[in-house]
Write a protein that binds this ligand. Structure first.
Ligand SMILES: [Zn+2]
Length: 288
């Protein structure tokens, strides 16, 4: 099934002076603060490979633009679960949106029912009676990003502007679900970009972060998808995305380090190749 108003990918790609090449992946920088050894602890190459599997990797339009691992799937938001979410099996051949949602809620409710039963709780207890259905609806909301198309989202919000100075949107609240444990990670994201004749309406940066965070994620991939998507949509000179988040799977289980946070970053184009541009971005982020 195709997403509504799905963009013509060939046409979109034709607007970018790029040529297909072999996939290459860059490592996202990852630190966990609050732990005793503040060193990079994750080699996220594998995660990033997952993020870009089956996607077309494009060569940067400029040699100075260093490594660009972006893809049309990021923009059309069709990666990971999008198709399956909209193609949930149903007895009805031509299922409407509301019928599909009802069917998803019903199956999820049954699954949560099983979870609570396995925990050993009493499903007839007043407080738990409606919990399976309530949780099912909440889960569909937490993962509603699978049904959104970033191309539609930014439609009409890209403007021609003779601006080549750094633009930063700071402190975007982000909450997502860790794909390993299905528990939340919560934090903030800072996005900075240097335009190249086109700017995006400021509120759209938060909406883009939301679309990608309302999916099962890991922080490395979320950071990279937001950066890649903006890079592809705007074709800016450079883009930098930094995210800091606290993971409930670390706080509530495992190492149980309350207060630890994980920082990830992804820089593309001149933000990656030009030390001065990167330094300006990081200096502005540190301002109170
Ligand atoms: Zn986790």
């Amino acid at each position: 099934m195709k997403l509504k108003n799905e963009p013509n990918l060939d046409q979109d790609l034709a607007t970018y002076p790029v040529t297909p090449t072999q996939p290459r992946h860059k490592k996202a920088a990852v630190w966990v603060s609050g732990l005793e050894t503040p060193e990079p602890i994750v080699d996220s190459t594998d995660n990033l490979s997952n993020a870009t599997q089956d996607e077309g990797i494009l060569e940067p339009h400029s040699k100075t633009a260093s490594l660009l691992t972006t893809s049309f799937n990021v923009v059309s938001a069709r990666n990971h679960g999008i198709t399956s979410r909209l193609d949930v099996k149903s007895d009805q051949p031509a299922e409407s949106d509301s019928e599909r949602e009802k069917s998803q809620t019903k199956r999820l409710t049954a699954a949560v029912h099983t979870i609570i039963e396995c925990i050993g709780e009493d499903l007839d207890r007043e407080g738990l009676r409606d919990t399976p259905e309530r949780y099912a609806k909440a889960m569909l909301h937490f993962t509603s990003g699978y049904e959104e198309n970033t191309q539609d989202l930014i439609n009409g919000a890209i403007f021609k502007e003779d601006c080549d100075e750094l633009v930063i949107v700071r402190d975007i609240h982000v909450s997502s679900l860790c794909e390993h444990h299905l528990v939340p990670f919560i934090g903030k994201m800072d996005i900075g970009y240097i335009p190249n004749g086109r700017v995006l309406g400021l509120s759209k940066f938060a909406r883009l972060a939301e679309v990608f965070s309302r999916r099962l994620q890991n922080q490395e991939r979320l950071t990279k998808q937001v950066a890649s998507c903006i890079f592809e949509l705007l074709n800016p000179q450079g883009i930098a995305v930094v995210m800091e988040a606290s993971h409930m799977c670390m706080v509530m289980r495992g190492v149980e380090k309350v207060g630890s946070t994980t920082i990830t970053s992804c820089m593309l184009g001149s933000m990656r190749s030009n030390g001065k541009a990167r330094e300006e971005f990081l200096t502005l982020l540190r301002r109170g």
